[in-house]
Design a protein around this ligand. Structure first.
Ligand code: PLP
Length: 355
């Protein structure tokens, strides 16, 4: 085969793969589709960003800022700073692990974060998908049966798009029965939940916990994600797998600025958790909607035959949520971010006024 054909063939193969579609930017919309954190005051983030811009000299490569951020992340996550490594969003950390570890076969439960499945496929990793139960709990036996045939296992908890965090004991049992395989526990939404496996990960050699500043810390645009794992793996990741300067000087300074004020972030997390209960409570009173338990900063709603009418009402009121349609045996589903009280009220009024 000529070189040209080799390239053409590969480009055609890649063009056919599933891909993540970015949401469209709609000016002035009430944005409840991407699980960003608007409850964190805009002025607060703008202040930290302005201060960061004054501090840094972007003519220089970031030399010691990454280490400074590691110590702050470690303090926040309650682990040693030797057990933390960061990337340009947890997306990039996932990408690096998939492209370097040489995995051939992965097990995931579904529905889950589709980016992970897409990236596995891009790297030629076969993905076995084990359906969650109707209430989105895990069928542990079926999952383990599949996981034993894989070399890589992905557990998103709290899960996107369903919102529920899996039982801690169940995940630990799964991890401990998969010696020699890698279990990736994606905890992008863990700050809104009840427990993290971060410390457990530092004591084991087969589990990596993925976390991010994109959600609870309101820094989706700064692109800062991190992993927590055992010291030995983190050392190799930092020195050999990760590129030398994965996060810009400015983003590092912004992240450090927000981490310095973690107590304020914790307060807003508490506000979001309260809002999550309030919004779920109000929606549960509406006939024809099913609201699922969430441990994240969003709710999974099954609207069934009310899906279209809600979808049109939201669109005409400039409210954007993630429309999922029929998924995992559930009809007319949507995922709605918990925003500020004002945003949530507009969403509630729109749905209540429609049904
Ligand atoms: C489950 C999950 N993991 C990872 C990510 C990626 O986060 P980041 O912004 O850190 O790349 C997301 C973003 O939506 C997510 O939902």
């Amino acid at each position: 085969m000529s070189k040209k054909n080799w390239l053409d063939g590969n480009v055609k193969r890649i063009a056919k793969l599933g891909r993540y579609t970015k949401p469209e930017k709609v000016e002035g919309a009430i944005k409840l589709d991407s699980n960003e954190n608007f409850a964190l005051d805009r002025e607060f983030i703008a202040g930290v960003t302005a201060e960061a811009a004054r501090q840094v000299d972007v003519r220089e490569y970031p030399l010691d800022q990454l280490e400074q951020m590691y110590s702050q992340l470690a303090k926040y996550a309650g682990v040693s700073e030797k057990c933390v490594a960061a990337g340009s969003g947890s997306d990039q950390v996932i990408e690096l692990l998939l492209s370097t570890l040489g995995s051939k076969r992965a097990t995931v439960f579904t529905p889950t974060f589709s980016y992970f499945i897409n990236r596995c496929e891009l790297h030629g990793i076969k993905v076995d998908q084990v359906p969650l139960k109707r209430d989105f709990d895990l069928d542990k036996q079926a999952f383990l049966k599949s996981a034993k045939k894989a070399d890589l296992v992905y557990i998103c908890s709290p899960n996107n798009p369903t919102g529920n965090q899996l039982d801690r004991k169940t995940i630990i049992e799964i991890v401990d029965s998969l010696e020699g395989k890698l279990v990736l526990v994606d905890e992008a939404y863990v700050d809104f939940a009840d427990y993290s496996l971060s410390r457990d990960a530092t004591k084991r050699d087969n589990v990596i916990v993925l976390r991010t500043l994109s959600k609870a810390f309101g820094l989706a645009g700064a692109r800062v994600g991190y992993m927590v794992a055992n010291e030995k793996f983190v050392q190799i990741f930092r020195s050999t797998i990760q590129s030398p300067y994965p996060i810009s000087t400015l983003s590092l300074a912004i992240a450090s600025g927000v981490l310095e004020r973690a107590s304020y972030v914790r307060e807003t997390i508490e506000t979001i958790r309260k809002e999550r209960s309030r919004v779920a409570g109000r929606l549960s009173k509406i006939d024809g909607l099913e609201i699922f338990r969430s441990d994240a900063n969003f709710l999974f709603i099954e609207a069934g035959r009310n899906y279209q009418v809600i979808s049109s009402a939201l669109a005409s009121n400039g409210i954007i949520v993630k429309m999922l349609g029929n998924i995992a045996g559930h009809k007319g589903c949507m995922r709605v971010t918990i925003g500020t009280r004002e945003m949530n009220d507009k969403f509630l009024q729109c749905v209540e006024g429609t049904l």
